[in-house]
Design a binder for this molecule. Sequence first.
Ligand SMILES: [Zn+2]
Length: 451
Amino acid sequence: MSEAQEIAMGQEADPQIIAQYGLYADSSLQQFINDKGQAMARISHRPNIAYHFRILDSDVLNAFAVPGGYVYFTRGIMAYLNNEAQFAGVLGHEIGHIAARHTVQQQRNAMLGQLGIIAGVIINPDLARFAESASQGLSLLFLKFGRDAEKQSDELGVEYSSKIHYDAHQMADFFLTLQRQSGNNENQLPEFLSTHPDPGNRYVTVNELATKYQKDHHSTGMLVNRDSYLNRINGIIYGEDPKGGYMEGGVFYHPEIKFQLTPPQGWLYNNSPQQVQFAPKDGSALYFLTSAQGNTPQEAASKFAEQNKLKIEQTATKNINGVPAYAIVASQAQQAQDGSTQVTVRALLYFLEYNKQMFMIAGLSAPAQFNAYAPIFQAATESFKQLTDTKKINKKPERVRIKKLTKDMTLDQAFNNYKVAASRKEEFSILNGMNLTDKLKAGTLIKVVEY
Ligand SMILES: [Zn+2]
């Protein structure tokens, strides 16, 4: 790939990534990642191209790079990092991919997992493809670097973060946090862990590299900057932000678009700005809501059917709790290897016009199971209605709050002081990169999660 092609690829991907996740609305944090990123890019092996650094509004714990100078951190990983040195280590790893011009491999399935639990659970690729084509812009996210590239990026992460004077041993420590947070589930691991078979080994290697760098360069006084980092992220949103939609008591509420919907009960759930998805645990069906194009529900239905080469089998004009809608049963066929065409997906699709916007609610499965699923899809979709409950509309997100201990105590005692629920102590000890039994000195800052 030429440098021009590489940069063009980044320029094409960037607006799609922003549309998919949104930017996290905190200008001082965006400024922080840009300042550190630009400083690091200048001392990297490739200082001559333009770099772009962004924090995405996603609670998924991840950071990734796109060729051509684009680096993304989620607010999820920002909340889990515990000092500037850890942040710099991850940043160095991602800049390393760009500086070393690592080539990306298209890894469709591996990245589907990163889009969320639903895509990960869908075993029928026809269903995943259908959901994907309904919400454009996901294909460029299916990028992955090879194992050798990951190993080299770890080395560069140590080198670059050390060069801007951070202690790279902290980067190794953060691998432990990631390992604990993902529960050692390979599919849940973020980009910079997923391609490595042995994160524990990586912890050892990065520690050794950090020690060697500091010895070879006679480095002293390497920075960790724990307190300044924690103060910077004080107030960051933790977990799902209800304004973009949330589940409560089996009902999905969307405070911004102001609707509610009762999806199939007990199904897995995944929400992003472009699509909200539900799927049964065996992955045999998919139910999702996304935006649609057209002046009327009927026009939106024809457009969608045409774009996705669907055969319309039935149609019905509907009124769902006062919302005009048009429903179709449709099938999608694929050419088999012997040249014959076979129906691979059947779908019940509703196109709704709500608050001057067009939406599609889709339920799909393999043809054999469709008749069993169709009534479940229908009941869910026809529960769509306007959201008027102000308590549901005004639900606030949880936020990380930084607290200063007034005397010596264990993390567990500190959590008790701040009335942390017992059921969430383990979760928040990982968030702090600590154990509950750790003895903390007066003046130590810790993270708790409050509204
Ligand atoms: Zn990587």
